[in-house]
Design a protein around this ligand. Structure first.
Ligand code: M6R
Length: 357
């Protein structure tokens, strides 16, 4: 039930800090160590490469998951859109592990890949919000997202839950491989949950940003570098699916290779700046688009913020910024849809779980 909330989407956005805290609880034992199915641990340490398969928002979570697993556990990862995987199947390593990320666990495109890879004898892990779902039943192992039912078609809390579980999985794998880490996932996820909660309390400010930047616009671009690029892809997907504004995410460095031609007087460009190593370059991109008439909406992280930034998110560990920076993106999309009188929870032409290929 949505209780006092006007829409499930808003309720689910608000639930995110609690979901992250629930995940911390569920994946921690009484000695504050990571608690994870030993078979999953073994599968992760045994494999020489992880193949993440997913669609839509879950694919975007997979892109962030790759960063966690490669940076922390030092295992190579490929991330594939499920519907494309079979046409050009990559060369598969000697000991692959297929990881299916799916909120519903029912997505037909992902299931088709699972059927195919299972037939080849490859092991599979499903990360899902619905443990009894098809993808969970048919895979060898399951990790549960503990996000509670997600009703709105636009996925929000499942995305942040997927990233949190992937971060824990990456750290667990690193530990099992004997890699020393300074990153304490539970502590850092707790800090991220608090930051998310603070952002959920700034709805009025974010609603105003949405009204200022997207009042009647036809299109909107999201730019970022490194993980901010991936969060931009998710921000663009949220905005397009519920507000019908044509929204696209781009890597900052790719602008000059084509996209900048689309910038007109007043085009809104949401730029994310949460990563120190790319802060200088993304700021350069903001100047480039502004010089061509764009209306830049800069969302930066505290410590990296500059005068004139539109919105500043609290400081969190650099690996976990996507969990936090996505919250204003979700809310911007929500208010844009609301102001356009769109059916927020049930956007046109879309289904919550896509059970056809
Ligand atoms: O249930 P799944 O995570 O497998 O669903 C995948 C996509 O269909 C889903 O994320 C879709 O992109 C959402 N509507 C995005 O908000």
């Amino acid at each position: 039930e949505k209780g006092t909330y006007p829409h499930f989407m808003l309720k689910e956005i608000d639930e995110q800090p609690f979901v992250i805290r629930k995940i911390i609880q569920e994946y921690q034992d009484e000695n504050d160590q990571i608690k994870l199915d030993p078979d999953v641990r073994q599968a992760m340490t045994k494999c020489d490469r992880v193949y993440i398969i997913a669609c839509g928002t879950s694919y975007h979570a997979g892109l962030i998951g790759k960063q966690f697993i490669e940076k922390l556990a030092q295992t190579p990862v490929e991330v594939h859109v499920a519907s494309e995987f079979s046409y050009n199947m990559p060369l598969i390593s000697d000991n692959p592990l297929f990881v299916f990320i799916s909120q519903s666990g029912e997505t037909a495109d992902s299931r088709a890949v699972l059927v195919e890879t299972k037939a080849k004898g490859y092991p599979a892990l499903t990360i899902t919000n619905v443990p009894g779902s098809t993808l969970s039943r048919e895979a060898d192992y399951t990790l549960h997202l503990h996000a509670g039912p997600e009703i709105a078609v636009a996925s929000t809390k499942a995305y942040t839950a997927q990233m949190a579980v992937l971060a824990i999985l990456a750290v667990d794998t690193a530990q099992a491989k004997g890699i020393e880490l300074e990153f304490n996932p539970m502590k850092q996820l707790g800090i991220a949950a608090n930051a998310m909660e603070a952002l959920c309390d700034q709805k009025e400010e974010i609603e105003q940003i949405s009204a200022d930047f997207l009042p009647t616009t036809r299109n909107c671009f999201f730019i970022g570098r490194s993980v901010d690029y991936y969060v931009g892809l998710e921000g663009a997907l949220k905005l397009k699916e519920i507000s019908y504004i044509q929204a696209e995410g781009f890597a900052g460095g790719e602008l000059k290779h084509g996209t900048i031609a689309l910038i007109e007087e007043g085009t809104p460009v949401v730029a994310l700046a949460t990563q120190e190593n790319v802060n200088y370059s993304i700021r350069g991109n903001v100047k480039e688009v502004a010089a061509r008439g764009a209306n830049p909406c800069v969302i930066s992280m505290k410590g990296l913020d500059q005068e004139g930034d539109t919105f500043v998110i609290p400081e969190v560990h650099e690996l976990l910024t996507p969990l936090v920076s996505v919250v204003p993106m979700q809310l911007i999309a929500y208010y844009a849809a609301l102001h356009r009188d769109c059916d927020v929870d049930k956007p046109r032409n879309l289904a919550k779980s896509v059970t056809v290929e």
